[in-house]
Design a protein around this ligand. Structure first.
Ligand SMILES: [Cu+2]
Length: 319
């Protein structure tokens, strides 16, 4: 079973209806069922295999990528596994609802359902909002929902050759209290899709993965800042962001950017185009040294031998 299929199988996606007999094309709203189970589990947080008790959606940090189209109805079910010790919740930044209703927390053994329409296109964080949020988020309860624009691709929002999701979070020393996490005490490093230096064999001898593309390809990153206090200064070393779509919205374009700020609980979409006439490499970094040198460096290899599956066909999170 491929990674893509595993990802897809996490959801039961059903398509009910939709319009339409209108003559205008591609106006189809779907109801997308998304189920997540909160699991408090010991999982590796670095390439060496060091484990820590993390709180997760579906057992991974980050949680599963949810991808819908603008206008879709997300029919969400949250299950707080009865073996857990804490109450949990779900806060989708793509939703316009009631914080005291839809986003309220549930006890272990309970289930909660709510619906929302994905009205705005973009890359949106989701996270647990249970108290203390500092602890629930920094233990790994976050992920991304991508809302693809209703209009699809265009001249100003071209179809990418590859696309990757990167979610940057915090790692605290095992056992750090909620209060200390809030103040940033005993901060240990930055997690990239759940592990320090996840895709950086240059700085971590235990790293076995890197992101890949062919020379000249347009590589799109959905970059999420799930850190509880710190911004991300996102820079592609040896490159320039061809385009930055703030919040991932195709209408919010900046061109030729070197470093783009991502505040906590925000996400952006960035395109990188490597030279087409030679192999090259980029290091995608949070240019703040505290975080870069403690985990937040991702290597992108651009060469003709690039793995054809990476960043293609929904294979967005490399593990
Ligand atoms: Cu939680």
């Amino acid at each position: 079973m491929t990674r893509v299929h595993q990802l897809v199988s996490l959801f039961s996606i059903s398509v009910f209806a939709a319009l339409t007999t209108l003559s205008t094309p591609i106006v189809q709203a779907e109801v997308v069922n998304v189920d997540m189970v909160v699991q408090e589990v010991d999982i590796p947080v670095d390439n060496e295999g060091t484990t820590q008790k993390m709180w997760t959606y579906n057992g991974t940090v980050p949680g599963p990528v949810v991808r819908v189209k603008q206008g879709d109805i997300v029919n969400f079910t949250l299950i707080n596994d009865k073996s857990n010790k804490n109450s949990h919740s779900m806060d989708f930044h793509a939703a316009i609802v009631d914080v005291l209703d839809e986003f309220s927390e549930i006890k272990p053994g309970d289930t909660k359902k709510f619906q929302f329409e994905a009205k705005y296109p973009g890359a949106f964080v989701y996270h647990c909002g249970a108290s203390s949020m500092a602890e629930h988020i920094s233990r790994g309860m976050y992920g991304v929902i991508l809302v693809d624009p209703r209009e699809g691709y265009s001249e100003t929002y071209p179809r990418p050759d590859r696309e990757y999701v990167i979610v940057q979070g915090d790692l605290f020393k095992a056992g750090t209290s909620a209060e200390d996490r809030k103040w940033g005490k005993d901060w240990q490093g930055a997690l990239i899709n759940g592990k320090m230096f996840h895709y950086d064999p240059v700085h971590d001898e235990n790293a076995t993965l890197a992101l890949e593309s062919k020379p000249g390809e347009r590589v799109r990153f959905y970059y999420v800042n799930a850190q509880i206090n710190d911004p991300v200064a996102l820079h592609p070393i040896a490159g320039i962001w061809d385009r930055v779509y703030d919040n991932g919205n195709p209408k919010n374009i900046s061109y030729g950017m070197q470093t783009f700020n991502i505040p906590p609980a925000h996400a952006i979409t960035v395109d990188l185009v490597s030279p087409g006439d030679r192999p090259s490499n980029n290091a995608i970094v949070d240019h703040a040294m505290k975080r870069a040198l403690n985990g937040a460096i991702t290597v992108l290899l651009n060469n003709e031998d690039a793995d054809p599956d990476k960043g293609r066909d929904g294979n967005l999170v490399i593990r």
